[in-house]
Write a protein that binds this ligand. Structure first.
Ligand SMILES: NC(=O)c1ccc[n+]([C@@H]2O[C@H](COP(=O)([O-])OP(=O)(O)OC[C@H]3O[C@@H](n4cnc5c(N)ncnc54)[C@H](O)[C@@H]3O)[C@@H](O)[C@H]2O)c1
Ligand SMILES: O=C(O)C[C@H](O)C(=O)O
Length: 309
């Protein structure tokens, strides 16, 4: 299996590293516009192979998309990260152009690839990659839900003083402050979370999750990369190993959840064809209202993209 990661910055290099040391693909191409950056980082990852004992090959390229030809999966991480005081949506002007040109190069060289978008604003950059690639919606998706639920699960594990391994959670909506965590669908070793934690503590954790990305931007001056890189690699793994795992993934909705022509996070089965199935949950009134608010927020930014042309 051949996987390309576009953007050799913090998230892209982390993703390539996880793909290599977990031997998720045997050939991993890292590509960037900065001369030498992707070559250097892929060489560094390859030199770690004898220490960490893996044989996935990582190669780097500067803007040479021929090196990416025939990729089975492509992860797009190219683009600006936000700085303190910015929202993800503030990145649209720069990142839309980057994601568009990158997608054109990808489909020219790997017409059968499945595309996973990571660049922000996530839902709208997934839209950009979808309209540019003209691939079916099952083959163009965005990574955010695995990261957002991971944050939620990590905060819960800390509060309950238990292993994060035993926490299962689901979350819907856009990758922004309007994301929709679903405490009703959160369990700890099969036990509903509401039986283990009081309401106020859970509410505080849900609110912290919603602004989890911003918390890290404030601390570091740029956005997160370890969890995002691993989350993208986990989606690649589900596809290349045809695991049929269920994750929250950003996809184009065409009537599911009563929503049309919008890109939002929903639970999907991920397998060798990409999005094998969208799972529709029966939402209650409050959850439906939150989903609608999220749809509106994403739609507004999609309209900005449409105007950019
Ligand atoms: N979806 C998520 O949950 C999530 C999580 C973290 C970060 N992000 C987003 O991912 C993106 C990357 O974040 P980062 O921390 O890795 O940033 P970074 O600045 O460390 O890396 C971005 C890289 O993209 C490269 N790049 C720019 N234009 C390019 C082009 N046309 N072709 C190829 N490469 C190009 C840059 O040279 C740079 O190396 C940002 O937009 C960030 O907001 C999303
Ligand atoms: O917060 C950001 O800007 C990056 C990313 O979307 C995240 O949630 O970490």
């Amino acid at each position: 299996m051949k996987v390309t990661v576009v953007g050799a910055g913090n998230v892209g290099a982390t993703c390539a590293d996880v793909l290599a040391y977990r031997e998720i693909a045997n050939e991993i191409v890292l590509i960037d516009i900065k001369e030498g950056l992707a070559e250097g980082k892929s060489l560094d990852i390859w030199q770690k192979a004898p220490i960490d004992l893996y044989d996935s090959r990582t190669v780097g390229a500067t803007n040479d998309y021929k090196r990416t030809a025939g990729s089975d999966v492509v992860v797009i991480t190219s683009g600006l990260p936000r700085k303190p005081g910015m929202s993800r949506d503030d990145l649209i002007n720069t990142n839309a152009g980057i994601v568009k040109s990158v997608t054109e190069n990808i489909v020219r060289n790997s017409p059968d690839a499945i595309i996973i978008v990571v660049s922000n604003p996530l839902d709208v950059m997934t839209y950009q990659a979808h309209i540019t690639s003209r691939l079916p919606r099952t083959k163009v998706m965005g990574m955010a839900g695995i990261l957002d639920t991971a944050r939620y699960r990590a905060f819960l594990a800390e509060a309950l003083n238990i292993s994060p391994k035993d926490i299962q959670a689901m979350l819907l909506g856009g990758h922004g402050d309007t994301m929709v965590p679903l405490p009703r669908y959160t369990t700890v070793a099969g036990i509903p979370v509401t039986e283990l934690i009081d309401k106020d503590k859970l509410t505080a954790i849900l609110e912290r999750t919603k602004v989890g990305g911003g918390e890290l931007v404030k601390l570091m001056g740029t956005s997160a990369w370890y969890a995002p890189g691993s989350a993208a690699a986990q989606m690649v793994e589900a596809i290349v190993r045809d695991q049929r795992r269920i994750f929250p993934v950003c996809v184009k909705l065409e009537g599911e959840y009563g929503i049309k022509d919008c890109y939002l996070g929903v639970p999907v089965i991920l397998g060798k064809n990409g999005v094998e199935r969208i799972i529709e949950l029966d939402l209650d009134k409050e959850e439906k209202a939150l989903m609608e608010a999220s749809r509106k927020a994403v739609r507004e930014v999609m309209d900005v993209l449409d105007k950019l042309g």
